[in-house]
Design a protein around this ligand. Structure first.
Ligand code: FAD
Ligand code: NAP
Length: 342
């Protein structure tokens, strides 16, 4: 049991989730090495408990009482593991802060992650929903990961195919939810690099800064500035980023919607379907800047739900349900929730 001597009861998670929800964990263990995970699995009663694997707490909504064993990922370390003609292979442990890792790769001269600057949370959580921003997803630069499998007790290596990445989704949000503890993630960062500037805000920022041929650090600076101007800082206003995924609809449905809503914001997908901007739908449904109880919709970006002070997980759920119902009533489009509830 000595590997588990830092196991604590009734621990507050308020400072460990970016919504700032005052949740209490039944059991809590900071994970600093693999041996602890094996020891946990060897203990029959702990093995059978529901688990919450906690990174930076920036993509979840907690109940007041989290009746689970919370494993707080505190594994650290990052390194260049290999290099070939085409790529730098860079690996980081699950508990590394994502943004600090991105900035470190850029400072080393290894581009590829710059569009994902300033996303909160940890490296280990990045594959869970295949984090994405400004036209890049981690699947674009992902190499492989190592994970501890709670069912078999083994460490497995998973490549891109095994992770089944999709839009804000992966196998870790589906069949393998709460079963795999991601230990570290490796990225293949391209030696032949081209900036990805499809998003209008980025292009506009670079133009205003008179940067004609941006390098990866310029793109990162642009994205940091845009995000700081548009998104609420969780240190100031509790939130979990975008609360809903952008719904994808067929060309026929989009055409019908455009008939009634000519300003509908949509983007053609490689499949021929269209991605609708969920923030626009929520704004049209009248929710931008409005509150329901202690939870509200951010005034600068309707896709972000915020904690107006002392919100509970139930308050956030009630607001999300009301928004979904109103958007459905107006557009007959279903909004899917992005963060995980515990
Ligand atoms: P947590 O919230 O701690 O966990 C999220 C899920 O991953 C949980 O189900 C948890 O159990 C699981 N998990 C965490 N670590 C591990 C691990 N090591 N092994 C197995 N499972 C694990 N997301 C985007 O995709 N793009 C964005 O641009 C973006 N912007 C954001 C902006 C703001 C202001 C905020 C608050 C959030 C934003 N997010 C964004 C959401 C969030 O930051 C990311 O999803 C991030 O990857 C979550 O990391 P985390 O460490 O906080 O995960
Ligand atoms: P934005 O630039 O105002 O764009 C609004 C929506 O339109 C976005 O959701 C984006 O979809 C889509 N979009 C814009 N330009 C596009 C293009 N050229 N091609 C395809 N789709 C386009 O969005 P924002 O709120 O400021 O966020 C900027 C980026 O950061 C987005 O990629 C967003 O996903 C990401 N972000 C994510 C979270 C999160 O928690 N998941 C939080 C904040 C920001 P996509 O969302 O599919 O990119």
């Amino acid at each position: 049991m000595s590997k588990l001597n830092t196991l604590s009861h009734d621990v507050s998670l308020q400072k460990l989730n970016t919504f700032g929800i005052a949740a209490q964990a039944k059991l809590f263990l900071p994970i600093i090495d693999l041996a602890q995970l094996s020891a946990l699995r060897d203990d029959v009663s702990l093995r059978q408990m529901p688990r919450l694997i906690l990174g930076g707490g920036s993509n979840l909504v907690l109940s007041d009482r989290v009746d689970a064993l919370v494993l707080h990922m505190c594994l650290h370390g990052r390194q260049l593991t290999a290099e070939d003609d085409d790529f730098y292979y860079v690996t980081a442990a699950a508990g590394e802060n994502w943004h600090a890792f991105v900035q470190w790769t850029l400072s080393q001269g290894w581009p590829g992650l710059e569009n994902l600057s300033l996303i909160p949370g940890t490296v280990g959580a990045a594959p869970i929903q295949n984090i994405g921003a400004y036209g890049v997803e981690i699947q674009d630069v992902f190499h492989e990961l190592q994970a501890f499998d709670f069912e078999t007790g083994e460490v497995v290596v998973m490549n891109k195919k095994a992770c089944a990445f999709a839009y804000r989704d992966s196998i870790f949000k589906q069949q393998l939810r709460d079963r795999m503890v991601i230990l570290n993630v490796s990225f293949a960062l391209p030696k032949c690099w081209m900036p990805k500037l499809a998003y209008a805000d980025v292009d506009k920022w670079l133009l205003q800064a008179n940067i004609e041929k941006p390098d990866a650090s310029d793109v990162s600076r642009a994205i940091i500035a845009i995000r700081q101007a548009k998104l609420p800082d969780p240190q100031v206003i509790g939130n979990a980023g975008s609360f809903f995924k952008n719904p994808v609809v067929s060309a026929t449905i989009r055409h019908a919607l455009l008939g009634n809503h000519p300003t509908l914001v949509s983007y053609l997908q490689p499949s021929g379907d269209y991605k609708l901007a969920a923030g626009w739908l929520i704004e049209q449904a009248g929710w931008k800047g409005r509150n329901l109880g202690a939870a509200g919709v951010y005034e600068k970006q309707a896709l972000v739900l915020v904690n107006r002070g002392h919100a509970t997980g139930a308050d956030v759920r009630a607001l999300a349900d009301q928004i979904r119902a109103d958007v459905f009533k107006q557009f007959a489009v279903e909004l899917d929730i992005e963060p995980n509830f515990y």
